[in-house]
Write a protein that binds this ligand. Sequence first.
Ligand SMILES: *[C@@H]1O[C@H](CO)[C@@H](O)[C@H](O)[C@H]1NC(C)=O
Ligand SMILES: *[C@@H]1O[C@H](CO)[C@@H](O)[C@H](O)[C@H]1NC(C)=O
Ligand SMILES: *[C@@H]1O[C@H](CO)[C@@H](O)[C@H](O)[C@H]1NC(C)=O
Ligand SMILES: *[C@@H]1O[C@H](CO)[C@@H](O)[C@H](O)[C@H]1NC(C)=O
Ligand SMILES: *[C@@H]1O[C@H](CO)[C@@H](O)[C@H](O)[C@H]1NC(C)=O
Ligand SMILES: *[C@@H]1O[C@H](CO)[C@@H](O)[C@H](O)[C@H]1NC(C)=O
Ligand SMILES: *[C@@H]1O[C@H](CO)[C@@H](O)[C@H](O)[C@H]1NC(C)=O
Ligand SMILES: *[C@@H]1O[C@H](CO)[C@@H](O)[C@H](O)[C@H]1NC(C)=O
Ligand SMILES: *[C@@H]1O[C@H](CO)[C@@H](O)[C@H](O)[C@H]1NC(C)=O
Ligand SMILES: *[C@@H]1O[C@H](CO)[C@@H](O)[C@H](O)[C@H]1NC(C)=O
Length: 451
Amino acid sequence: MKRLVVLALVFAAALGSVRGDELRLRVEAPPGSRPHSVTITEFGAVGDGKTLNTVPFQNAVFYARSFADKGGAQLYVPKGRWLTGSFNLTSHLTLYLEKGAVIIGTKDSSQWPIVEPLPSYGQGLDLPGPRHQSLINGYNLTDVVITGNNGVIDGQGSVWWDWVRSHELNHSRPHLVEFLYSEEIVVSNLTFLNSPAWSIHPVYCSNVKVHNVTIHTAPDAPLTDGIVPDSCSNVCIEDSTISVSHEAIALKSGWDKYGISFGRPTSDIHISRVDLQSSSGAALAFGSEMSGGISDIHANQLNIHDSYKGISFKTSLGRGGYIEEVVISDVQMHDVRVGIEFTGNCSTHPDHFDPSELPKIERITLKNMIASNLSIAGILSGIENDPFTAICLTNLNFSMADSSPSSSWSCSNVSGYSEAVFPEPCSELHNSSSSSSICFSLSSYSALAVA
Ligand SMILES: *[C@@H]1O[C@H](CO)[C@@H](O)[C@H](O)[C@H]1NC(C)=O
Ligand SMILES: *[C@@H]1O[C@H](CO)[C@@H](O)[C@H](O)[C@H]1NC(C)=O
Ligand SMILES: *[C@@H]1O[C@H](CO)[C@@H](O)[C@H](O)[C@H]1NC(C)=O
Ligand SMILES: *[C@@H]1O[C@H](CO)[C@@H](O)[C@H](O)[C@H]1NC(C)=O
Ligand SMILES: *[C@@H]1O[C@H](CO)[C@@H](O)[C@H](O)[C@H]1NC(C)=O
Ligand SMILES: *[C@@H]1O[C@H](CO)[C@@H](O)[C@H](O)[C@H]1NC(C)=O
Ligand SMILES: *[C@@H]1O[C@H](CO)[C@@H](O)[C@H](O)[C@H]1NC(C)=O
Ligand SMILES: *[C@@H]1O[C@H](CO)[C@@H](O)[C@H](O)[C@H]1NC(C)=O
Ligand SMILES: *[C@@H]1O[C@H](CO)[C@@H](O)[C@H](O)[C@H]1NC(C)=O
Ligand SMILES: *[C@@H]1O[C@H](CO)[C@@H](O)[C@H](O)[C@H]1NC(C)=O
C-alpha cells in the first residue's frame, strides 16, 4: 500500500518535469520532496540583496497553494541574497534554500506587519499591545518543511536590537520563523542568523521536528532566544548548534492569567545531541512563562559551554502552571557560571497578578553530568510555602573554577534526593525520608531506551 503511494508520487514527479530547470532541481532536491516545484525568480524576485521581494514571496506561496491537494509544492530559492519583508507559508509546502541562498529580513519595520498578541501572553514580549509579525509565518498549517542545502535565513536583527536599546520600538519585536496552530512541521539543514528576537518559535503546534540547524545571534543582542517550543506537544530537536545571547532552547507555555486561561501545555518534548551556548541566559531553560504547564520532557547529550547558566527552571508567584516529569541526562558543561538554577523569583508580569496562583515544580531528574570550570554548581531557590519537590540529582561530577567559594550549592525551599554528586550538594537534597524512588521515570525512560 505504502509502496503504491510512493510509486504514484514518483510517477507524478516524472510527469511534472516538463522543463529542464525543473528536472535539474528535482535531481538536486532531497528525497521525499514535492511533485511540483516553483522557483522564486518565476515570481519576479531579484537576488541582489537590494530589491525588496516581499510580493514575489507572497505570490509564490499563493501559487504553491494550488498544489495543496496534489501532493504539495516546493518553493525553490536559488543562490542569491533575497531581501524580503514578512510572508506567510501554506500547507503541504517545502521551502528549499539552495547552497548560497540567503533570505534576508528587511530593516524597514513597516514590512513587518502588526498582529495581535498571542492569546496565551496577552501582550507582546517587549511592550504591551500587539507585536510585529515574524519574517516567515505559518498559521493553521499542516505538512510544511523548511530546509535546504545549508541556505541561510538572516533577520538583520541588529537594527531591532538598537531600537530596543534606544527605546524606539513601537511594538514588540518579530521572530525569524513562527508557526501558530500548525502540525507536521520540519525545519532542517539551514542556518538562522541575527533574529530580531527568537529564531524558531512553534506555538500551539504539534509534531514539530527541528533537525541539523545552526542558530546564531550576537552575544550582546538583547534577549534573543534560539528555539522556543511554546504550548506545543511532540517536538523533537536534534543535532543542532545554537549560540545566542539569551536562552538557546527555552520551553514555555504562556504568561500568568493569559496562559492559565488559555491552558495549553508544552509536553512530550525530546532534545538530543545539541551544542548550546548562551552569553547572558541559560543554555536550556524552562519558563519563566509556564502558566499552561510543562511536562514529559526528555533531553540528553547536551554540550553546554561558555554560558552564563547551564540548565535553568524559572517561575514566579502568580504564574500558576507546573513544570514536572523532566529527565535530563548525559550533559557536558565547560566554562559555565551557574551549572543548575531553580528560581521562583522571576518576577516580570504582563499585568496585575494573583499571588495565590502558585506554580508547581516537581519530579525533575538531572543525571550523568560532567562539568569543568564552573563558578557555582547550583542555586536552587523555591518559593516560600510552595517548595519545589522531588528534585533528583544523580551521578554529577562538577569541577569548579579555582576561584570558586567552597559552598558551591545553595538551596532554599526545595527538597529532593541526590546520589554520587560532587561537590557534595546541600542538605535539602539529602532528604532521608525520600529515596531514589522519587527520581522521575528513570526506569520507564531506560525501558524506552532499550526498546
Ligand atoms: C498572513 O497571515 C496572517 C495571519 O493569518 C494574516 O493576518 C495576514 O493577512 C497574512 N498575510 C498575507 C500577506 O497573506
Ligand atoms: C483554522 O483551521 C480551522 C480548522 O482546522 C478552521 O476552522 C479555521 O477557520 C481556520 N482559521 C483560519 C484563520 O484560517
Ligand atoms: C546537515 O545539513 C547540511 C546542509 O546544511 C548537510 O550538508 C548535512 O549533510 C546535514 N547533515 C545531516 C546529518 O543531516
Ligand atoms: C515608531 O513610530 C514612529 C512614529 O510613527 C516612526 O517614526 C518610527 O519609525 C517607528 N519606529 C519603528 C522602530 O518602527
Ligand atoms: C537534510 O540533509 C540530510 C543529509 O543530506 C538529508 O538526508 C535529509 O533528507 C535532509 N532533510 C530534509 C528535510 O530535506
Ligand atoms: C574558566 O572560565 C572563565 C570564565 O568563566 C574563563 O575566563 C577561564 O579562562 C576558564 N578557565 C579555564 C581553565 O578554562
Ligand atoms: C526576588 O528578586 C528581587 C529583585 O531581583 C529581589 O529584590 C528580592 O529580594 C528577591 N526575593 C527573594 C525571595 O529572593
Ligand atoms: C570527576 O572528574 C574528575 C576529572 O574530570 C576525575 O578526576 C574525578 O575522579 C571524578 N570524580 C568522581 C567522583 O567521579
Ligand atoms: C524559604 O526561603 C526564604 C527566603 O530565602 C527563607 O527565608 C525561608 O527560610 C525558606 N523556607 C524554608 C522552609 O526553607
Ligand atoms: C522529604 O521527602 C518526602 C517524600 O518525598 C516529603 O514528603 C517531605 O516533605 C520531604 N521533607 C523535607 C524536609 O523536604
